[in-house]
Write a protein of this length. Structure first.
Lengths: 160, 526
C-alpha cells in the first residue's frame, strides 16, 4: 500500500482550538512588543520598521489561523511492524518508527489540554531526531494507545 | 592475586604509588616553574656569590628576593629550608593518605572504586553495564610508565577511572575486567540457553545483557596477536601530507598571505585581528597531528580497537554492536592524493562526552581507498569479497550504478553536489542490510548505516522541495557526528524509497538478537 493510501488516524479536532489559542496569544504578545517598541520612539515613525513589524505579526496571525489545517495534517497509522506518523503542511514530514525501537511512551497533559479532556503522547527512541508527538488525543484513547504501543514494543523484542 | 598493590582487604588493590604526583602533575610543574622563575637571581647569587659579586645588583625593594636576602644575612637559611621541607612533607603525607584510601577491585559482579578519607566515595560499575575499557596515557604518565584505565558504562558521566596503574598492571586489569565480563556472560548465557517461548521470560535484561556483554567479550587477545592482526596503520609521512593538504592548512596559508600583504601595503593593525585566527588554526593542525600520530586500527573478537597519539596515547575499543553509522569524507585537497578520513557514530560515547572522546570518533585519520574498504569491511563484518568491495568502492568513489540519484532539477537545492548525490539500500532483505548515502560538492561524503541500528526513518518535504517536486530521506540514529540525510530526490522516488527503507529496517531488526544496541530497553511512564 502506498503512503498516500494509508488509513490515517487523526488527532482530536478539538486540539486545533488549543493550537489556535496558543499561536494567537503568541502573535498578540509579539504585536504588543512591536507596538511598544515603535511607540517608544516618540512617534517619529519610519515606514520600514512598521512594515517589517506588521508583516511579522501578520505572518504569526496567519500561522495561528492555519491551526485547523495543521491539526488535520497530523496523522498516525499502527502498521504491522512500525508506527507511521506524519505532520506539517509547510514542512511535511513522515516518520516510520519500528515498534522495537520505542523506548518510552510519555503521556502528558497541560492545563489547556486537560480542560478539553485531551492528552499528548510522546514517543522516545534512542535518537533525539525521531521526535514523534501526538498532541490532542482524547485522554482515554491516549492511555489505550500507550498501553498498546508498549505491548507491541515488548512483543517485538521478545520475538527476537 | 599476584598483581601489585594488594591491600590487606580482600580483593581491594591500590593504584600506582606515583599516581598522586601524576594527577597533580601539572600543578606541581607549574609551581616549580613559578618558584624557579622568581628566585632565579637569588639562587644564582646564593651559590655563585663570589664569582659574580655585585654585578647582579639588587633591584627589588621588598619581596620574595628581599626575604631571601634577609634570611641569608640572619643565618636563617636552615630554618627556612626546614619550613619548606615541612610543607613538602605535609603535602606528600596527604597525597600518601589519599593514595592509601583509593582502592579498587574487580569482582564477579562489578568493578568498584573507593576513595576519600573524610568524604568516602564508593563507585560501582556493574559488569553487565560496562561498555568498554579504554587505556589512556598522558606524556608524564608515559615517562613514569603509568597508564589510566577508564571503564565506561552507559550512563552520562558514569565511568570508573583508575588513574594511574603501572602499564603492565593496566593491561592486566583490562584483561581481567573483560574476562570477568565474559565469564558473567557465560553464567547468564547458561540460563538463557534454554529458550522460553515468547513473553514468559523477561526480555529486557536478557537482550540488554547480551548486547552489553557481546560488546566486549573475547577481548583478552594478547598484544602480539593484536599487533599481528593490525589492520590499518597510518604512517607519519602520510599523516603530515594529509594535514598539509587539509582545508585548515589551506585557510592558514590564506591568512598568512593576508597578514603579509596587509602589513606591507595596509595598516599593520590588521595583524592583530588575523593573528589569533592563525594561532587557532595552527593549534588545530598540531592537534590533528598529535591525535592521529601512530594510528592503528585492529579488529578484535567483537569490536575494533583503535589507538593513537603522539604525546598521550589512547586505546579505545568499540564493540561492533555500538557502531551506529560510519562516514568517509574527502576534503577538496585530498582529491589529489585520493585520501579519505573516516569517523563513526557510537552509542553512549558521543552522548556522554559531547563528542569529546579522545579520538573524536575517528576510525581512520587518513587513508587511501583500500584502507577505507578494509575499515568498512572490519566494521560491517564483511568478509571482504570482491563483490562486497566492488559495491562499497562504487558508492565511495565510483559511478554509483544502483543508486537512486537526484534528478536534474534538484540542482536548485543541491547546487554542484547534485552530481554526486545518491542513496541506496544494500542487501535490503537481510539482517546485514545497510543504507548508503553519498553526496557532497567540495567535500565528498559517503555514509553507511547498518539498518539494524537505525532508530527511525523519515521523509520530509520542506517548501523548496515541494515547489520542485522533490523529497528528502533521513535516517535517525543515536546522537553523533554523522548526518544521514539525502536531499533533492524525486518525490515519487523518495516515497517509494521511504517505503522500502522502512521495510528493510524492520527486516534487519527482526532477527538480530544478540548485538542490539545498548539503549533499547523499553519503559513507559506518564
Amino acid at each position: 500500500m502506498s503512503i498516500s493510501e494509508q488509513p490515517w488516524s487523526r488527532v482530536s479536532p478539538k486540539y486545533a482550538w488549543v493550537d489556535l489559542f496558543v499561536n494567537t496569544l503568541f502573535a498578540l504578545v509579539a504585536a504588543g512588543i512591536a507596538a511598544a517598541l515603535l511607540l517608544s520612539r516618540r512617534l517619529e515613525l519610519a515606514p520600514i520598521p512598521i512594515i517589517v513589524a506588521s508583516a511579522i505579526v501578520l505572518g504569526l496571525l496567519v500561522n495561528a489561523v492555519l491551526a485547523f489545517r495543521r491539526v488535520r495534517a497530523i496523522g498516525y497509522v499502527l502498521r504491522e511492524d512500525d508506527l507511521l506518523f506524519r505532520r506539517g503542511i509547510m514542512f511535511e514530514r513522515m516518520i516510520s518508527v519500528p515498534y522495537g525501537r520505542l523506548q518510552l511512551v510519555d503521556v502528558t497533559r497541560g492545563p489547556l489540554l486537560r480542560a478539553l479532556g485531551l492528552a499528548e503522547l510522546k514517543f522516545i527512541t534512542a535518537s533525539t531526531a525521531t521526535g514523534v508527538k501526538l498532541p490532542g488525543l482524547p485522554f482515554a484513547e491516549a492511555e489505550a494507545l500507550r498501553d498498546r504501543l508498549v505491548e507491541l514494543a515488548e512483543t517485538r523484542r521478545s520475538g527476537l | 592475586m599476584s598483581d601489585t598493590g594488594d591491600t590487606g582487604d580482600t580483593g581491594w588493590r591500590r593504584l600506582h604509588p606515583l599516581s598522586p604526583l601524576l594527577r597533580g602533575g601539572l600543578v606541581f610543574i607549574i609551581v616549580v616553574g613559578i618558584v624557579v622563575a622568581n628566585f632565579r637571581d637569588q639562587i644564582i647569587r646564593f651559590f655563585f656569590a663570589q664569582s659574580f659579586g655585585d654585578t647582579l645588583g639588587s633591584v627589588e625593594e621588598w619581596g620574595p628576593g628581599r626575604l631571601i636576602d634577609y634570611l641569608v644575612s640572619n643565618g636563617l637559611v636552615l630554618v627556612a629550608l626546614g619550613v619548606i621541607l615541612g610543607v613538602l612533607l605535609v603535602i606528600v603525607g596527604l597525597a600518601w593518605v589519599s593514595w592509601r584510601f583509593l582502592t579498587y577491585r574487580i569482582t564477579d559482579e562489578a568493578v568498584e572504586e573507593r576513595s576519600g578519607v573524610l568524604f568516602r566515595q564508593h563507585r560501582r560499575a556493574p559488569l553487565d553495564r560496562i561498555q568498554n575499557v579504554n587505556l589512556h596515557r598522558t606524556l608524564l604518565a608515559r615517562i613514569i610508565g603509568a597508564t589510566a584505565v577508564e571503564v565506561s558504562t552507559g550512563g552520562t558521566g558514569g565511568k570508573v577511572t583508575l588513574r594511574f596503574l603501572g602499564h603492565g598492571d593496566a593491561i592486566r586489569v583490562r584483561e581481567q575486567i573483560l574476562r570477568a565480563v565474559a565469564a558473567k556472560r557465560e553464567r547468564e548465557g547458561a540460563s538463557a540457553a534454554a529458550p522460553v517461548p515468547d513473553g514468559s521470560r523477561p526480555p529486557m535484561p536478557q537482550s540488554f545483557l547480551d548486547a552489553r556483554v557481546s560488546d566486549i567479550a573475547d577481548f583478552d587477545v594478547d598484544p602480539a596477536a593484536a599487533a599481528a592482526g593490525a589492520l590499518i596503520r597510518v604512517p607519519p609521512g602520510r599523516l603530515i601530507g594529509s594535514i598539509a593538504l587539509s582545508t585548515e592548512v589551506f585557510i592558514l596559508v590564506l591568512i598568512v598571505i593576508g597578514i603579509s600583504v596587509s602589513t606591507i601595503w595596509a595598516s599593520p593593525f590588521v595583524l592583530f585581528t588575523l593573528l589569533p585566527l592563525a594561532l587557532a588554526f595552527i593549534g588545530i593542525t598540531i592537534g590533528q597531528a598529535n591525535s592521529g600520530w601512530g594510528f592503528t586500527l585492529s579488529r578484535s573478537g567483537d569490536g575494533i580497537r583503535v589507538g593513537a597519539g603522539l604525546t598521550s596515547i589512547t586505546t579505545e575499543t568499540v564493540p561492533f554492536g555500538r557502531i551506529h553509522a560510519i562516514e568517509a569524507r574527502q576534503p577538496l585537497g585530498w582529491r589529489l592524493t585520493g585520501w579519505w578520513k573516516m569517523r563513526i557514530t557510537t552509542a553512549g560515547h558521543s552522548l556522554a562526552r559531547g563528542g569529546q572522546n579522545k579520538l573524536q570518533n575517528t576510525v581512520l585519520p587518513v587513508g587511501g581507498v583500500d584502507d577505507v574498504l578494509r575499515v568498512l569491511d572490519a566494521i560491517l563484518r564483511n568478509e571482504g569479497t570482491p563483490d562486497q568491495n566492488e559495491s562499497l568502492r562504487d558508492g565511495l568513489d565510483g559511478e554509483a550504478a544502483h543508486y537512486l540519484r537526484a534528478p536534474r532539477r534538484s540542482v536548485w537545492v543541491l547546487g554542484p553536489g547534485r552530481r554526486r548525490a545518491g542513496i541506496d539500500i544494500d542487501h535490503s532483505d537481510s539482517t546485514g542490510a545497510t543504507l548508503r548515502i553519498r553526496g557532497g560538492a567540495l567535500t565528498r561524503r559517503f555514509a553507511i548505516v547498518p539498518l539494524g541500528r537505525a532508530q527511525s526513518v523519515q521523509l520530509h518535504r520542506p517548501p523548496a522541495h515541494r515547489l520542485l517536486g522533490l523529497g528528502t530521506i533521513q535516517a535517525d540514529t543515536v546522537i553523533g557526528p554523522i548526518r544521514l540525510l539525502r536531499r533533492g530526490l524525486d518525490r515519487h522516488d523518495a516515497e517509494q524509497f521511504f517505503e522500502s527503507l522502512a521495510l528493510a529496517v524492520i527486516g534487519a531488526q527482526q532477527n538480530e538478537g544478540e548485538d542490539r544496541p545498548c539503549s533499547n530497553e523499553p519503559a513507559d511512564s506518564e
